[in-house]
Write a protein that binds this ligand. Structure first.
Ligand code: 5AD
Ligand code: SF4
Length: 362
């Protein structure tokens, strides 16, 4: 593939399957062209600001058993925790006081009415303590429509639910075959969230065993078809205490999984100009500056972990998950410096909702 051919693809507004495949196969030089183009689109459509979402990992208790995930219910090596309401509240206040416009509440999947009520109460308390100024994102798995509504009515704005792999056959290789891990139900959940009124986020893992470039092309087309407001894509990182670990010899080297993720981010930025896209923590697990590289490829969101330090060790979705304390003022400064070094600024005190959502709600 010649430089001119890549250039002519990059100047298009939308890509065919073949063009997407070509872009995913870009060599280093061509990738740089791809990132430059993505950067231009990003500047024009979402600007040069990076928004922080303080991530609070409420609990690592999960009823599901995804084959790739370190905190799956069958992993008995995990010390299960649930942080107290006071701890959640003080993490939220930390984020708010440091000018993070938003927080994200994340936990393993739980569907008891006790859990639903607890989140409802927490949303109320957080909004009261922060004058309703924080944009609150939920990442709490598949729930009933009534639950989505209840949380939305308490002021949650956004919901993240990754499809993980949009190809049905690949999805089936990553999950147990039962109704708790049903592909169609997950898609339905995404539609339900949108109908309730949330800004909806989804995304996939990149570099999974059994995953081909064709699958990644499917993912790119699927995300466009779903008209998502937010996307989170990260490299798959193996975890020794999971069933998928047995296929580790099929994997691309970690660095290549990272590069492929950057290409996915850049391509999607060009194709879905005004969405929010996160520079995921999993990138950082592979390379210390992975997140900054994602910003340069078109991502515009960072989720600094503000979970109390004592629990960090136990939210191990994958190996090498960074454990250092993001939740101190110094770290916010360091992170800001790295954002500025990468050529951007931090959107302090702003929720930073995706222009895409505003556009589609008009
Ligand atoms: N590698 C990378 N990402 C993972 N996740 C779970 N397990 C892994 C892993 N082994 C991601 C999933 C999930 C998010 C919370 O973490 O995409 O949606
Ligand atoms: Fe639970 Fe999410 Fe891990 Fe699946 S990926 S086991 S739902 S925490």
């Amino acid at each position: 593939m010649h430089v001119q051919e890549i250039n002519s693809i990059l100047n298009k507004e939308s890509f065919t399957r073949n063009e997407l495949l070509t872009l995913l196969q870009a060599n280093d030089l061509q990738s740089d062209m791809l990132y430059k183009r993505a950067q231009l689109v990003r500047e024009q459509h979402v600007g040069k600001k990076v928004f922080f979402r303080g991530l609070i990992e409420l609990s690592n208790q999960c009823k599901k058993n995804c084959l790739y995930c370190g905190i799956r219910t069958s992993n008995s090596h995990v010390k299960r925790y649930s942080i107290t309401d006071e701890e959640v509240l003080s993490a939220a206040i930390f984020a708010w006081e440091h000018g993070y416009g938003s927080i994200a509440l994340q936990a393993g999947e739980k569907t008891s009415s006790h859990f639903t009520q607890r989140i409802t109460q927490l949303l109320r308390k957080i909004n009261k303590a922060t004058r309703g100024e924080l944009g609150i994102t939920l990442s709490l798995g598949e729930q009933s429509i009534a639950t989505y509504k209840q949380w939305f009515d308490e002021g949650a704005l956004r919901y993240l639910l990754r499809i993980e792999a949009s190809n049905r056959e690949l999805y089936a290789k990553l999950h147990p075959q039962n109704s708790a891990h049903d592909f169609d139900k997950r898609i339905e959940a995404l539609h339900a969230l949108r109908n309730v009124g949330y800004q909806v986020g989804s995304g996939v893992m990149v570099g999974l065993p059994f995953q081909t470039l064709e699958h990644l092309v499917d993912d790119l087309l699927w995300m466009q078809e779903m008209d998502l407001d937010m996307v989170g894509m990260g490299p798959y990182v193996e975890h020794a205490d999971t069933p998928l670990f047995q296929h580790k010899e099929m994997l691309l080297p970690a660095m290549q999984r990272l590069e492929l993720t950057l290409k996915m981010i850049a391509i999607l930025r060009i194709a879905m100009k005004d969405i929010n896209m996160v520079a995921s923590t999993a990138l950082q697990a592979i390379e210390p500056h992975g997140r900054e590289r994602a910003l340069k490829a078109g991502a515009n969101i960072i989720m600094p972990n503000v979970t109390p330090g004592a629990y960090r060790e136990d939210y191990n979705l994958y190996e090498n998950k960074p454990k250092m304390s993001d939740s101190n003022a110094d770290y916010t400064k360091t992170l800001e410096e790295s954002v500025v070094m990468a050529g951007f600024s931090v959107g302090y005190g702003e929720q930073g909702n995706a222009p895409h959502f505003k556009r589609r709600s008009n």
